[in-house]
Design a binder for this molecule. Structure first.
Ligand code: UTP
Length: 292
């Protein structure tokens, strides 16, 4: 139903300078896996195998990561290190990866529009890899596997899409003083059990006093393809960038955007604090797994 996932990955990642001077932000590792690999795994878990990545200058390492390194494979073949490539090898086998470049970094909306050539005219998912999401739970039952996998965030969103067949945004409540970092929605609760709202308004990075609520959009979307035409006609907004929030507002005015309060955890790995938090969280889980 949703066959393709778009990864806008062309941003400069200035908050991580100098690390991001020659290394894409999406390639920064949380433990041993780069951020974008977590994103691809989440998409695959949701049944998506076509990965479409919007890159930019200096981002070639992403393409190399999702490819075979024969020399390396040869070097570690038959050693204890060989299994370390198992996960990435499995991804490369199961998924296809295609790329297009955003020539000028004119914002997230512009990056998504740049991806049109890879998506075509079908509904699609969007993952911002620097928002790292997890919904797997450790279990104390030693007879089970160390971590029991619950539905990933994108997978949950696809279930919502199946019901409403319109654009879906994942939301999370944030402290009011942090609304200036996010697109913020207002909406009418339509299903308290499923945590879904019909969006009535959206504001990009509002100051707390202008924010309609504290419900912030995080880096997971399902978009209907008419978003491309809307983006083509969207003028630069906040920060002089073409904002996906402004384009989504057009759909929301027609009642065609659902916000979903997802189950699970999300880390803002575009910020140093969030990145450290994610690292500690995944390290804790890994240690727990080892002791079970
Ligand atoms: P951010 O707002 O985090 O910007 O982009 P950034 O450039 O990556 O990081 P900072 O703020 O300079 O540290 C949100 C997402 O949108 C993508 C980014 O790659 C990131 O996944 N993006 C943003 C693009 O692909 N192109 C753009 O022009 C802007």
């Amino acid at each position: 139903m949703i066959r393709k996932c778009l990864f806008p990955a062309a941003g400069y990642g200035t908050r991580f300078l100098p690390a991001t001077k020659a290394t894409p932000k999406e390639m920064l590792p949380v433990l041993t896996k780069p951020l974008i690999q977590y994103g691809v795994e989440e998409a695959l878990e949701a049944g998506i195998t076509t990965m479409a990545i919007v890159t930019g200058r200096g981002k070639r390492a992403i393409e190399d990561h999702f490819d075979i390194s024969y020399e390396l494979e040869h070097q570690i073949k038959g050693t204890s290190k060989e299994p370390l490539l198992d996960e990435i090898r499995a991804l490369i086998t199961q998924c296809t990866f295609s790329y297009t470049r955003q020539i000028e970094m004119k914002g997230l909306g512009h990056a998504i529009l740049t991806g049109e050539t890879l998506i075509g005219s079908e509904p699609f998912a969007v993952i911002l890899a620097d928002d790292l999401c997890d919904n797997s739970h450790s279990t104390i039952n030693a007879t089970e596997n160390a971590t029991r996998s619950e539905k990933g965030i994108l997978s949950q969103m696809i279930d919502i899409y199946k019901k409403y067949r319109c654009s879906i945004v994942a939301i999370e409540e944030v402290p009011m003083e942090e609304t200036h970092k996010y697109g913020v929605i207002a909406g009418k609760l339509i299903d308290g059990t499923a945590n879904t709202y019909r969006v009535t308004d959206m504001v990009e990075k509002p100051n707390p006093e202008d924010a309609p609520t504290n419900m912030a959009i995080i880096g997971r979307y399902i978009l209907t393809p008419d978003i491309f035409d809307i983006l083509r006609n969207t003028q630069p907004g906040k920060g002089g960038e073409i904002q996906i929030t402004d384009a989504l507002l057009q759909q929301a005015k027609e009642g065609r955007v659902i916000a979903y309060r997802f189950k699970g955890r999300r880390f803002d790995c575009g910020s140093v604090d969030g990145f450290v938090e994610a690292t500690n969280y995944f390290y804790g889980k890994r240690q727990e797994g080892k002791t079970q």
